[in-house]
Design a protein around this ligand. Structure first.
Ligand code: FES
Length: 369
């Protein structure tokens, strides 16, 4: 094998099949020449040749596919086996309880300053190598208390280089989480090293919280379900270039986002729908003055927002409406229907427009460009 994967019976079988297919081609060439004088067998020979080539291509595909299947299958089996073990189950329960307890701790200003310095001086310069443009610091800073607490103690305070901080085996913290970490970290670290895993996570399946990570990178303590920065971190940690991703983030940056103005110098109301056409708890899209506008009805009140999510441009009119907010259907960013503010950042918002009901007409005022 030259592709670095283990050999397997399937691979050998596929290779044999490929060898047979090559033999098949050779054999068919001879009859084809003879068949040039005999039209009947020629057609049969061509068909056989086509079949042989097809088999050969299928074999080639199998040769490349089977090792990958084997590799992923093996990883899956290892993860399932590990997850089912009593030790891991106990560790998960202990880490989850300790992580939840961190919601009650206090994160001093001084820690936040150091976290910020770490992201500015170490994290962002490396991230920049994998994305276009200048990533914006505030987008990446951890916000939740448990995340900040864990990243301060296990990432910022560790003297090890980034991605090697998990090798700081005796690092702990004075909280109950520190006790749990001391009990389990060495074992998980050994497992990851022995089996060649870059990282091992313990993730709360209900919240998506990463309550433990062997490697201790910027995803420690964050949530797979709610923390969108993970999408970009994945690109950084795996060294994958993500063209354009930082451009999109810049659109959401408090300092760079300029699309949130809702002022209307000359209010010109235009009918977009008749009362009853927008169901309660839903949104509909309308084109007004060359702009797409999402009009929502929530608890009997109408709201009009620019119909484009500042994250990646999804139509907000498709989002889920609840409690005077709309949640983008693509990645879950949530916006206040009243002022268009992204709930994760007070500085990022989408444009809002005045909306009113006159008679049975729903009217929206959108400024002309
Ligand atoms: S497009 Fe990603 S949250 Fe809206």
């Amino acid at each position: 094998m030259t592709n670095g994967f283990r050999s397997s019976p399937q691979v050998d079988e596929a290779e044999n099949e490929a060898d047979q297919a090559e033999v098949g081609v050779f054999e068919l060439v001879i009859p084809r020449r003879e068949a040039a004088l005999v039209p009947g067998p020629l057609r049969g020979g061509r068909q056989a040749l086509a079949d042989s080539i097809r088999r050969q291509l299928v074999s080639n595909r199998a040769v490349k596919t089977n090792p990958l299947k084997d590799e992923f299958g093996m990883i899956r089996d290892e993860v399932i086996t590990l997850s089912a073990s009593e030790g891991v189950t106990n560790a998960m329960k202990a880490f989850k309880a300790a992580y939840t307890g961190l919601n009650d701790v206090t994160v001093p200003r001084e820690w936040d300053d150091k976290i910020r310095a770490f992201y500015a001086d170490e994290f962002l310069p490396n991230l920049k190598k994998n994305v276009d443009g200048d990533p914006v610091l505030d987008v990446y800073l951890p916000r939740l208390i448990p995340t900040r607490y864990l990243q301060y103690h296990y990432m910022v305070q560790s003297p090890m280089p980034y991605k090697q901080k998990g090798q700081d085996l005796d690092r702990t913290d004075p909280s109950p989480y520190g006790e749990v970490h001391k009990r389990y970290h060495r074992g998980f670290h050994d497992f990851a090293s022995r089996f060649g895993f870059e990282d091992v996570y313990l993730i709360d399946h209900e919240t998506g919280d990463i309550v433990y990570s062997t490697q201790k990178t910027a995803d420690l303590g964050t949530s797979l379900l709610h923390d969108l920065r993970l999408l970009v971190w994945a690109g950084y940690d795996k060294g994958i270039g993500r063209k354009g991703s930082s451009d999109r983030l810049q659109e959401c940056d408090p300092l760079l986002l300029t699309r949130g103005s809702s002022s209307v110098s000359e209010e010109t109301y235009q009918k977009v729908a008749t009362v009853g056409e927008i169901p309660e708890g839903e949104g509909r899209a309308f084109e007004v003055n060359d702009r797409m506008v999402a009009v929502f009805l929530d608890e009997g009140e109408y709201f009009a927002l620019e119909d484009s999510c500042p994250h990646q441009g999804a139509p907000l009119s498709d989002g889920m409406v609840c409690g005077k907010t709309v949640t983008c259907s693509w990645h879950g960013w949530k916006f206040d229907l009243g002022d268009g503010q992204w709930l994760d950042s007070p500085h990022t918002r989408v444009a809002t427009y005045p909306v009113r009901v006159v008679g049975d007409e729903i009217q929206v005022a959108v400024p002309k460009d």
